[in-house]
Ligand binder design. Sequence first.
Ligand code: SAM
Length: 247
Amino acid sequence: VATLYIVPTPIGNLNDISARAIEVLGSVSWIAAEDTRHSSRLLQHLNISTKTLSLHDHNEDKRAAMLCERLKGGEAVALISDAGTPLISDPGFILVRRCREQGIPVCALPGPCAAITALSASGLPTDKFIFEGFLPVKSQARESAVSALLDRPYTSVFYEAPRRILDTVTLIQRVLGERHIVVAKELTKTFETYVSGSAQDVIDYLTSEAAHQKGEFVVMIGPAHISEQEIPFEAMSLLHTLCEHIP
Ligand code: SAM
């Protein structure tokens, strides 16, 4: 039996591919990719000529069965997605589940993931957090997903599409009031930006220039203040600004 490798790929900066990822991608019999055309650019850049086949939300069931047979026949497979870590808001769960059920070894390489990258530089508490993936699209479900954060005493991390980013931050402001929000945009790319502050601060940023609503976003919401002694983030940042101006 051969191994299924889960291989993270860059989320923007091509140099973030690991030496081990290159080695695995070059040595397996097959690369299963979310979009083979998209990934062919990366593989060409890396000079890798391994055969590819597609594995996406619409064919994963069939492909998983076929790949399990190949793995059992001794052909190693690497799974990649368009960007970042496969299975994290990306296809691959059915395949990994089947491999586990059938005793096929699964080996995950560590690597780029937008949620973890954003969280680690956000300045929000990282000791405990929840990753929510994408918010639901339908308005009632979106609202209840955001309401669920009201009393949550730890950081929440979301992915959001550019066409919904303003709507989402506005919803957060309406439902949660002025919680500490950090939006990370275009991570590892030329225009990487972190916007940190209240929902209103983020809305002001998003609406100040048309380009600010374009690109890829991770939205993070700080914990509800559980202790009365805890000084809210806004107060602390005001205090710091004041200190700078006081002689
Ligand atoms: N599997 C990927 C990962 O490990 O991060 C996530 C795939 S998901 C389909 C794509 C979403 O991830 C985007 O809509 C955005 O929210 C987030 N994302 C991906 N790349 C990003 C980047 N460079 N900067 C900010 N967010 C990013």
